[in-house]
Ligand binder design. Structure first.
Ligand SMILES: [Ca+2]
Ligand SMILES: [Ca+2]
Length: 242
């Protein structure tokens, strides 16, 4: 009964994320537009405390008198420039605060969506560090598992660190069935590789494993998270990683 409610909540959170993302883009664009409209050039700010501003640039022409040093620049008096600069800086600071607020809200909703996804995945899957490990309850030997996961655009679960191993272990425990991993030493004995041929960088062998009893070249993970090398033809739970 709770599944439709959770799915509705997920949908609302996703819409929130989209709206917040659009808001962030809008605020970012308005900052850029502000720079363009006002002719503000990054890295070339008005010289604060320059000789001109402090009135030490040498003798001035009398007020109202025509210049004797060529045409005057039409960029306003020093007080006007200072006022315009102060207004620009205040506006910039306001927009920066808007962006920070939107980013904070975005992070809150991202965390909420991640948590909702975790709940929805139970007891078939776990999301960890951007990966999703999931089973549809299928079983098969190593080759069958490779095909099943490939058909879903995934690969056989191949934990690459303790957190990922814990995720797979959790599914094995929920499903109450040992699973096959996407790791083997079929090509070269005791040289364990992932399905893409890369040598493994993480392992969690049970005590006394791998022992290659009668040529065991595939890996089975148990509810305690420990690995055992087993025969590749065994029928085990298939968990894929996306
Ligand atoms: Ca072996
Ligand atoms: Ca073994």
């Amino acid at each position: 009964m709770t599944q439709p409610y959770i799915q509705t909540e997920l949908l609302l959170l996703t819409i929130y994320l989209l709206v917040l993302g659009a808001s962030l883009q809008k605020v970012t664009n308005s900052v850029a537009t502000s720079y363009v409209l006002k002719g503000w050039v990054p890295n070339v700010p008005p010289a604060r405390g320059s000789g001109e501003e402090n009135g030490v640039q040498g003798p001035q022409d009398p007020v109202g008198a025509p210049s004797t040093r060529g045409p005057r620049r039409n960029d306003g008096s020093a007080p006007e420039k200072r006022l315009r600069r102060d207004t620009d800086e205040a506006e910039l600071e306001y927009l920066r605060k808007e962006i920070r607020d939107v980013q904070t809200q975005l992070n809150v909703y991202k965390a909420a969506v991640n948590k909702t996804l975790q709940v929805l995945l139970i007891p078939d899957g776990v999301m960890v560090s951007g990966k999703i490990f999931k089973t549809d309850g299928s079983t098969g030997d190593y080759e069958t598992a490779k095909i099943l996961c490939s058909q879903m655009g995934a690969t056989i679960a191949s934990p690459r660190n303790a957190a990922e191993n814990q995720a797979v272990r959790q599914i094995v425990e929920w499903q109450n069935r040992n699973a096959v991993l996407g790791i083997n030493d079929i090509e070269t004995e005791d040289r364990f590789v992932y399905t893409n041929g890369e040598i493994i960088g993480y392992s969690n062998w049970a005590s006394g494993e791998p022992n290659d009893l009668e040529n065991e070249d595939c890996i089975e993970i148990h509810p305690n998270g420990k690995w055992h090398d087993r025969h590749c033809g065994l029928d085990l739970l298939v968990i894929c990683e996306f």
